[in-house]
Design a protein around this ligand. Sequence first.
Ligand SMILES: [Zn+2]
Ligand SMILES: [Zn+2]
Length: 454
Amino acid sequence: MSTAAGLKRAAYAAMERRADAIASLSDELMRTPEPGYAEYATAARFGSWLEDLGLTPRTGLAGTGVAAVLRGRDDGPRIALVGELDALALPEHPLADPATGAAHACGHHAQIAAVAGAALGLREVMAELDGSVALIAAPAEELGDADALLDAAAGAPGGADGPDGAERADRAEFPVGKAELLRTGAFDGVDMALLAHTGRGGGPRFSVGDTLNGSCLVRARFGGRSAHAGSTPWLGVNALKAATLAAHAIDAQREAFPEDESVRVNYLVTGGGSALGSVPSSAVLHAMVRAAGVDALRRAAETVARCARAGALALGARVETDTLLAYLPLHPAPALDDVVARNAGPVVGDAPTARGRHLGACTDMGDLAHVMPVSHPYCGGAAGDHHSTDYRVVDHRAAAVEPALYLAGTVVDLLCDGAAEARRVLRETPPRMSVPEYLDLRRSITRRRTWEET
Ligand SMILES: [Zn+2]
Ligand SMILES: [Zn+2]
């Protein structure tokens, strides 16, 4: 029987032989960005890589997701290696697709290459591992168009405009892909999940155990009454002023958010009249509300809705608010992070590393982390800030090959020797809730309300 060290040597050797192909795949996908739930070419490329390894991928999961299983010598725990398929809508990015505006300004292409690379190595050693590996390419990690998402949520079963209890097999209920994969059963049988994300330029070469915020979208649509702005403005109800007051009311809350809840509220006022000579009869305020915990997120979203109501009350306007859960907060699984860190150390060598930061950003790995242990390390290889026009992967070895190596090494440690390490991680990290409880939580935060203050 081989030792873990011997199995890792065999897996790593197979991956190093194809390191150029792994890096090339990352580069190729970087240049063919696609928006969420429309990652057809990226999904097909990942699927063909898996077929070349002799696997039979399932496709069309939650729209465009792809999954295949590497089986070990018995039915032990199943570990998912997850990569994200989508790019961000950022048309001004130099590598943006001119037709869709999608650009890999979050480095997801490198994740797909890392999973593809880890599969190369693990295939060599699965016969001596006591469990299985799910290779999953997930759609739509980034949020799409906010209006479309909020309208789709309102039309969902239980949503404001939706048919009660009706099935919606044709389109996504949730805005993010991993929520959809959970809803549609693609993670059934998976016991824990790993995803390595590229970090920001200038950040550590490896970090793990970070917590991330969760977030909600809140939209407030104000309705007033138009009138001549010069001769009879008193006959109008100014919806733009209601939205502006709501924005001031949000700003007045900032010091009332507890520091340890990491609340962020970013808003835009969109719309708000079209003619200077007419009192604006409609205006829309969009807010992205983030917080470190679910209760804090609910409270902060409720505060924003209350501020919208205050603006409407002052002007005598009408307001309709929609709240949609985007991402749940990410909680780490220290027992699993320990195994990842142990494997990353020799791969990244002396490069700077970090552990246990709190990041204000969000990921739908936070959703997965509510139902299973999850590790979400950040790797190197990128320049610029996430979601900016100068963000791009400049070192595909650091962004794709290095995480492929330590993800594969982590799987070996977890599944060798009767999968003792995986079983220990599962004992030490009980799920926060079941999948049905998670789906109920998601739906409970999505709501539409109307206030008429005239
Ligand atoms: Zn992103
Ligand atoms: Zn990302």
